[in-house]
Design a protein around this ligand. Structure first.
Ligand SMILES: [Zn+2]
Length: 469
């Protein structure tokens, strides 16, 4: 009790302001006033001061022990912690996560080393000034503890999904994402260094799919650069594989960035539309939409017309919302997105299908919705979308080895025949032949559209085909 009173008395005395800062050379735990028991007294002054010093030293030591032990527990990941077979994260992904965590660990080790230095000084002479300096160093270490734990937990929670109930589906998403990447890079007109590691799919309840691109700073990673693409998929998409146009779309964002086109495409769009006489607002809007349009168009090139149907699943909203325009939005107005994709379909020999999609979309919404579009989008929309498709897909670019995007990755009418056959096989079983993994999304859509089997059968066969289990 005496000890507690002594410390409180010291604190009160300090708070009363006895002339400013306490000298570093005046250990407050040894100050005569502080050491003196305030009432009665059941301990000698020397004993009370010594007890108080012990409390301070124990506290100082415990903070260092806490921080050091915490860091030791955040061990490098090992692949066999996270499921079996195909579902496991790839070794390259584990290593990339460990490399990132090692950097964050090194920073935390430096903080702990500093904490120990300040602790040694404070333990030797437990003055208020030195203990305050220690408390500040401790704050810094605690911030580092939270940050390091956050990064470790980020990957732990992603990788742990590979031993959970969605493990199989996520492994299937990885395969499709990899196939999309390979299709694009193998189609380039010149060799480029291949991006690595490949994408990693995870699920998260959310309004829609998304991606953390390779190299972007992720807040949860202490603003470190994300080492491999992360593809987020809500469960409602995973459940319905024919709605997984999201996978080529999100991979498309990564390819756009990996090929260094992030800054090129808005310039191409703006220059072309300006030349065609479009006003500043229209030009700025189309240029701002470049990333999402690119991801939609490469989606069409990767999986064909099924991409547009999957897109319609997503952007088909209530008439009151579907034509909403946000001045800063990066996505094209929902109502317009399918039309931009069908503009590409017409250029790759799917004119009849494009006409049918356009007419179907118009029949769902009628003319009222179109009239609600802002004037700068309504006027000249078709011509603008055709021009944007030409700039993004039909212009030879150095990034593609002087090829056009439609040469790099193409979906041809004969591919649609492959998809139809794969759909029939998928409806009957799990042997759709040698169709590329990405075509299985199209096959699932085709099987659903043609009612070749109950949706449950199509979904089950889709995943079994991709993962063998
Ligand atoms: Zn997108």
């Amino acid at each position: 009790m005496a000890m507690a009173r002594t410390v409180v008395a010291a604190a009160v005395r300090g708070a009363a302001g006895e002339g400013g800062a306490v000298s570093d050379q005046t250990p407050f735990l040894l100050a005569p006033d502080a050491a003196r028991p305030q009432t009665g007294g059941d301990a000698a002054p020397g004993k009370a001061a010594s007890d108080a010093r012990d409390v301070a030293r124990r506290w100082v030591r415990a903070q260092g022990v806490n921080a050091q032990r915490h860091l030791a527990r955040l061990r490098p990941f090992q692949r066999d912690w996270f499921g079996e077979g195909l579902a496991r994260p790839r070794e390259a992904q584990i290593q990339a996560a460990n490399a990132l965590i090692a950097k964050v660990r090194a920073r935390q080790e430096a903080r702990i080393a500093r904490l120990k230095r300040v602790a040694a000084a404070a333990s030797k002479t437990p003055s208020t000034a030195r203990l305050s300096a220690f408390a500040r160093a401790k704050d810094d270490a605690v911030r580092g503890t939270r940050q390091t734990e956050g990064v470790w937990h980020f990957y732990d929670s992603l990788f742990a999904q590979r031993k959970g109930v969605f493990a199989n589906e996520l492994a299937a998403m990885d395969r499709i994402a990899l196939d999309c990447y390979q299709a694009c890079y193998m189609g380039l007109g010149r060799a480029r260094s291949l991006p690595t590691p490949p994408p990693f799919a995870y699920h998260e309840p959310s309004s829609g799919p998304a991606t953390w691109r390779r190299g972007v700073e992720v807040p949860k990673l202490a603003r470190a650069a994300n080492p491999f693409p992360l593809v987020r998929l809500p469960f409602h998409r995973i459940t319905n594989p024919w709605s997984l146009g999201a996978v080529p779309h999100e991979v498309g964002h990564n390819i756009h960035a990996d090929l260094g086109l992030w800054k090129v495409t808005p310039r191409l769009i703006a220059t072309r539309l300006r030349k065609m006489g479009y006003g500043g607002q229209a030009v700025a809007t189309w240029a701002r939409w470049h990333k999402e349009i690119y991801a939609d168009l490469i989606g069409v090139l990767l999986i064909g017309p099924a991409y547009v149907e999957s897109l319609m699943d997503v952007v088909g909203k209530a008439p009151a919302r579907v034509a909403n325009y946000r001045a800063e939005g990066v996505h094209p107005v929902s109502y317009l997105r399918p039309y931009i994709s069908t503009a590409l379909m017409r250029r790759i020999d799917f004119g009849a299908e494009a006409r049918a999609f356009d007419a179907g979309w118009r029949s769902i919404y009628g003319d009222d919705v179109r009239r609600r579009l802002p004037a700068h989008l309504r006027k000249g929309f078709s011509k603008a979308s055709e021009a944007v498709v030409e700039e993004l897909c039909l212009r030879p670019m150095a990034a593609y080895g002087n090829r056009r995007l439609t040469d790099v990755v193409s979906f041809r009418p004969q591919d649609q025949a492959t998809v139809r056959e794969a759909a029939e096989r998928m409806a009957r079983g799990t042997n759709p032949g040698i169709a590329p993994a990405r075509f299985l999304i199209s096959a699932a859509r085709n099987a659903l559209d043609r009612r070749l089997a109950p949706p449950e059968t199509i979904a089950r066969n889709f995943y079994t085909t991709l993962t063998g289990s």
